[in-house]
Design a protein around this ligand. Structure first.
Ligand code: PLP
Length: 400
């Protein structure tokens, strides 16, 4: 059977792969503690669920406009003004079945074969794969632990060439939680000013899961706004991953192009979800704040538990619900079963198969020294998972 060559251009998401392997082991009866999760473990707030039930009863059962209901796009504009101080009009908003699809629409709308796309590492797995799907060339720029895993203006400037078409980053970042301050964004904005051909994708989906203060968007720099595509969605801030609702805010020609692409791929996001999203974006934010308060407690716990494990380098993430520790002190050691741990991939498979705890290899995020551990799980499971990790790492033996 001959399938398309497209399939060989990109990889399946490592995060979903780990979740799948964990489910398979669980089905065989193993007690797997899942710390690989990329989603809040909370229920969607009740007022949003009620809005969805009402939408069903009110027969929102037909195709919607491709870019989303006008009322929802207006709600997105209200949110952007309220939370980010940004002025957008509804025709600049395209609603999709998840931020992931918004990113795909945007990349397909902007990136041509051979175009260069700069992505600072560590980065969310999907960015590079969608760029490859579109035929673009990915240029990864390595950021460091010492620099809080943020790209500097010097690094950015050194990486831009005449072929650069797009820069893609998330702030707050998955997997590191790194959040750029206004001053840091200003230094990057000064560089972008010199290169008017470069679009900027600012993925702000973790905006609300922010422990240290206000979220900042690079779109706030007026002279850049005409080149910034904001990606956001309801998955993380409102615990709505399964509802599949994301959106982008973009300069009008980009928004129109994304509408055109989406018109052929999906015809738009689910009608019921869209009605519920209007209520989520304009309604009570207290359930979101309560969730963030809980994540903050768990972050504290995770940082305490980490201290009990020698050789791990990690700083407290200012946002999102992951820690991204350097674990290379455990490479080149052997497991009790005699296998060699050469890298983060091996370490994750050892933790899954022998300790029954699921985490994600840093290689999937472009930083092979690290693993991603999620604290989007109950305090009890976090404690259990860390106990398993600690014992499993202790059992590794140095190669003699
Ligand atoms: N962007 C980042 C940085 C993410 O971590 C994720 C999901 O994990 C997404 C986008 C996609 O979110 P959605 O569920 O809306 O497709």
């Amino acid at each position: 059977m001959e399938l398309s060559s497209l399939l060989s251009r990109f990889n399946e998401p490592e995060t979903l792969k780990m979740a799948k392997l964990g489910r398979e082991l669980r089905a065989k009866g193993f007690d797997i503690t899942d710390l690989s999760l990329g989603e809040p473990d909370f229920d969607t707030p009740a007022h949003i669920r009620e809005a969805a039930k009402k939408a069903i009863d009110d027969n929102f059962s037909h195709y919607t406009p491709v870019s989303g209901y006008l009322e929802l796009r207006t709600a997105v504009c209200t949110k952007l003004k309220r939370d980010n101080g940004l002025e957008y009009t509804p025709d600049q908003i395209v609603v999709s079945t998840g931020a992931k699809q918004s990113i795909a629409n945007m990349v397909l709308a902007i990136v041509d074969k051979g175009d260069e796309v700069i992505i600072p590492t560590p980065y969310w797995v999907t960015y590079s794969e969608i760029v490859k799907l579109a035929g673009g060339n990915v240029k990864l720029v390595k950021t460091t632990f010492e620099n809080g895993y943020k790209i500097t203006a010097q690094q950015l400037e050194a990486s831009i060439t005449s072929k650069t078409k797009l820069f893609m980053f998330s702030s707050p970042c998955n997997p590191t939680g790194a959040s750029y301050t206004r001053e840091e964004l200003a230094t990057l904005a000064e560089v972008f000013k010199k290169y008017p051909q470069v679009f900027i994708m600012s993925d702000e989906i973790y905006e609300h899961i922010n422990f240290n203060g206000n979220h900042e968007s690079i779109a706030r720099f007026d002279y850049l706004k005409e080149r910034v595509i904001i990606i956001n969605g309801l998955s993380k801030g409102w615990a709505m991953t399964g509802w599949r609702l994301g959106y982008l805010a973009a300069p009008l020609p980009v928004a129109k192009a994304c509408d055109k692409i989406q018109g052929q791929f999906t015809s738009g996001a689910n009608a019921i979800t869209q009605r519920a999203a209007i209520v989520a974006l304009t309604g009570d934010m207290e359930p979101t704040y309560a969730m963030v308060r809980e994540f903050k407690k768990r972050r504290k716990k995770v940082m305490e538990l980490l201290k009990e494990i020698p050789g791990i380098v990690c700083s407290e993430p200012p946002a999102a619900f992951y820690i991204f520790p350097e674990v290379n002190a455990y490479f080149n050691k052997t497991t009790p079963g005699g296998s060699l741990i050469e890298n983060a991939d091996d370490l994750c498979m050892y933790l899954l198969n022998d300790a029954h705890v699921s985490v994600v290899t840093g290689k999937a995020f472009g930083e092979p020294k690290c693993i991603r551990i999620s604290f989007a799980n109950s305090m009890e499971n976090i404690e259990k998972g860390f106990m398993k990790i600690k014992d499993a790492l202790k059992a590794l033996k140095a190669v003699v």
